[in-house]
Design a protein around this ligand. Structure first.
Ligand code: KG4
Ligand code: ZN
Length: 333
């Protein structure tokens, strides 16, 4: 008999549902919430309300697109955390009710572990042990992965996440939220002619709050002399900001590879969609002799395929959870 997993993701502002059958993704549907653009960031209450509107149509679509009947689903995997508590509650409550109605087990998934395991939604898959640089809007971690469900964080940020660094820099430049993809696009037409200092932190630690401050002071100083500085140099500023963030990420990843001796290297999370980071990793793979793994765009940012994949690994181990489960805004692994 086939194993069919329904994955549900609702940790931030994307509502997503995916169907995985015997390890293969059949559908991965995502409803984005455009409303947050107006506010320059994710507004938790707006996000929760939108999840409530989106969740049933998205799950329905995922089931239809996969060409299965809901009665074929073997288990429901859902994001338990970390994330916005109101957003998580919508996904968790939905998963509970649907599992109860279908009389099938539930599997709780850590969103950050799922970003790492997104690599198993496609081929080629990394070989164990591998290192994964997980870079998203809320986290920046280097993870040593020994087995699908055995991983440890060996480096992380002491303040802002890499995605936050992109988004906050973009906000200072008057760009919409999320600014990461916009900076990526504008940087392609610019040159990295401005320099920002790299942070001084521990070996495998990241820090991005200093960068944010130096960009702010840099812009203030320039705007005093040239009021049109941002409009005239937007592409070059974007290229410079992006170059600095990517350089910080790559430097630490290289150090982690040297320290652990691991040559299977992956990136994951929303910022892994960044073209300069992807390019830098490809280059480094060649010079360092690494096998590198970069997810396709749809598996970089928040998606339920990665939740279903993680759920499948847990299903094999019979790691189920009862109806008493509650979401966790903070959830370390
Ligand atoms: O993983 P994700 O979708 O959500 C979280 O779990 O946070 O990551 C979202 C982050 C945002 O900060 C967004 O600006 C960033 O990923 N991002 C990018 C790009 N695409 C998304 N940052 C830089 N370049 C991109 N192309
Ligand atoms: Zn994420």
């Amino acid at each position: 008999m086939s194993t069919v997993i329904l994955g549900i993701e609702s940790s931030c502002d994307d509502t997503s549902a995916a169907i995985l059958k015997d390890g293969e993704i059949l559908s991965n549907c995502i409803a984005n919430q455009e409303a947050h653009r107006l506010y320059g960031g994710v507004v938790p209450e707006v996000a929760s309300r939108a999840h409530q509107i989106n969740i049933i149509p998205v799950v329905d679509l995922a089931i239809k697109k996969a060409g299965i009947q809901k009665e074929e689903i073997s288990a429901i995997a859902f994001t338990r955390g970390p994330g916005l508590i109101g957003s998580l509650m919508v996904g968790v409550s939905f998963a509970k009710a649907f599992a109860l109605s279908l009389n099938i087990p539930m599997i709780e998934v850590n969103h950050m572990q799922a970003h790492v395991l997104a690599h198993f939604a496609e081929t080629p898959k990394p070989k164990f042990p591998f290192l994964c640089l997980t870079v998203s809007g809320g986290h920046t971690q280097i993870v040593r992965v020994k087995a699908p469900l055995e991983m440890e964080v060996i480096g992380s940020t002491i303040d802002d996440a890499a995605g936050e660094a992109f988004d906050k820099s973009g906000k200072m430049l008057g760009l919409d939220y999320p600014a990461g993809p916009i900076i990526d696009k504008l940087a392609k037409q610019g040159n990295a002619i401005f320099e920002f200092p790299e942070p001084k932190v521990g070996e495998l630690e990241f820090s991005f709050s200093g960068l944010k401050t130096s960009i702010l002071y840099f812009l203030k100083k320039q705007l005093k002399q040239h009021p049109d500085f941002i409009t005239e140099h937007l592409n070059d500023i974007c290229a410079s900001v992006q170059k600095t963030i990517v350089a910080i990420l790559i430097k630490k990843l290289k150090l982690a590879a040297q320290k652990t001796g691991i040559t299977e290297i992956a990136i994951a999370g929303g910022v892994s969609a960044n073209s300069a980071l992807r390019e830098a990793l490809n280059q480094l793979g060649k010079t360092e002799g690494w096998n590198t793994y970069i997810p396709k765009f749809e598996y970089c940012t928040d998606n339920a395929a990665m939740i279903a994949v993680t759920g499948y690994f847990k299903y094999m181990e019979k790691q189920f959870i009862g109806q008493e489960v509650t979401p966790l805004a903070r959830y370390k692994f």
